[in-house]
Write a protein that binds this ligand. Structure first.
Ligand code: ADP
Ligand code: 5GP
Length: 198
């Protein structure tokens, strides 16, 4: 099962995902490759694989990315071998990727659950991004400017979760995952005996 989560920077994706990972032991977060410098407390191999532009281009040339995109002036990509390894181990994979990445994934296959997280308002988004305080002022302005463009992609998602009250937003995301797990196409994968009936 593949769950894709997108939304503008600062909307609360990481916060929601952290809780979903605690609640769903069969879920694992795809660790992306990026050329963005690490933030304080970010760990290489856990939050991201932090690599140079050259190393990223090499991976791109070897077609190692399920999808990749330039976001806020940095390159980000999902490693296909990494995802396949985790799926072979029995995990469902959660992806925190931007709108361009989702468009790229959907071009090759529409299989997956696509969730869009939106803020209650643009003002609130700006406050959250400021509160997090991880960006220099130039990057903060860029992220806020890009937010409006990103929000315009809402039509490409199956579900929209408004992250107003955090607990409710987490419950909404959890309900979507539960429903997707029970969807006919997903559920039947684990029911060989039922498939054999007809
Ligand atoms: P993203 O991963 O989408 O960039 P984060 O998860 O880092 O966003 O959240 C950005 C900031 O907003 C963090 O300081 C987080 O604690 C805060 N935050 C997340 N959800 C809410 C919410 N529902 N109400 C208020 N603050 C929130
Ligand atoms: P951040 O720098 O705040 O960690 O992430 C910035 C943006 O990049 C977020 O919107 C996040 O969803 C997106 N992102 C992270 N990893 C990937 C990836 O592998 N591919 C794509 N397309 N976007 C990613």
């Amino acid at each position: 099962m593949r769950i894709f989560i997108s939304g503008p920077s600062g909307v609360g994706k990481s916060t929601i995902i952290r809780e979903l990972l605690k609640r769903n032991k069969d879920l694992i977060l795809s660790v992306s490759y990026t050329t963005r410098p690490p933030r304080p407390r970010e760990v290489d191999g856990k939050d991201y694989f932090f690599i140079s532009r050259q190393a990223f281009k090499d991976m791109q040339q070897k077609q190692m990315f399920l999808e990749c995109a330039c976001v806020h002036d940095h390159l980000y990509g999902t490693s296909l071998p990494w995802v396949k390894t985790k799926e072979d181990q029995g995990f469902s994979v959660l992806f925190d990727i931007d709108v361009q990445g989702v468009m790229m994934v959907k071009k090759s296959s529409d299989i997956g659950c696509f969730i869009f997280i939106v803020p209650p308002s643009l003002e609130e988004l700006s406050k959250r991004l400021q509160k997090r305080g991880t960006e220099a002022s130039k990057d903060f302005t860029l992220r806020l400017k890009n937010a409006t463009t990103e929000l315009g992609y809402w039509e490409n998602y199956d579900y929209i979760v408004v992250n107003d009250k955090l607990e409710r937003a987490i419950d909404d995301a959890q309900s979507i995952i539960n429903a997707y797990r029970c969807s006919r196409k997903q559920a039947i994968k684990g029911l060989k005996w039922l498939r054999e009936i007809g």
